[in-house]
Ligand binder design. Sequence first.
Ligand code: GUN
Length: 279
Amino acid sequence: MAQIIDGKRISQEIKDELREKVASLKAEGKEAALAVIQVGCDPASSVYVNNKKKACAYIGIESLSYELPEETTEAELLALIDKLNNDNAVNGILVQLPVPAHINEDKIIQAISPEKDVDGFHPENVGKLVIGEEGFVSCTPAGIIQLLKRSDIEISGKNCVVIGRSNIVGKPMALLMLRENATVTIAHSKTQNLKELCKNADILIVAIGKPQYITAEYVKEGAVVIDVGIHRDAANKLCGDVKYDEVFPVASAITPVPGGVGPMTIAMLMNNCVASMSR
Ligand code: GUN
């Protein structure tokens, strides 16, 4: 029987710790504000943005909301980022992705001051992660490390397979697992013999983006399985990249969807905001 890794409980634990930390930083006269920018009104993005603002309110950080119309130009968005970069009252800037197609996402990410880049997407912060310097780390992979550590799962020396090589999840995830002394393999859409490769993993981290793709055949007996995916199945029920019911009896620990990795992303965003506040 697998241990169910409860992301909802662990994220709440982290938010409660941060709430206390914010209270004591405020007592020292430190304040924090996170600027949250959304361009257009993609409904999924609106849900994420609202949840981020709610988390800010919970831990005691002010959120400054910028809801810009779909037709906002790249120059206008860059001008707002420049203004926020130079505003000492703002210590975190978040542009919800994706931005509309007429705006160059990389240009936006690079315009945010690395000191305020609480998403950890700026090349300077990514570079710091590569060379092991302190900087902001992408929230979903940082949250997965917390899930493993707070569930007392040993990482050092383990074979870890990460499926997915995105800049937001797969690549930083692999680097963080390496930092924790795992032996890391990154698999992707061109990987051959994916099943055999996954079967070798002590820790399997799945960010493949395909609903219920990973079946029991991919999983070694006793492996730890982390599911980053979130989709709706034919019955409109939330599901992940992993076929949970089938993998659950094989794994030693597994994250559910929902309630696994998902809640951790916002908890780690809050963690980055508090880190920025205390610097
Ligand atoms: N879109 C999907 N995930 C994220 C995230 O972690 N940060 C931002 N800014 N946009 C996203």
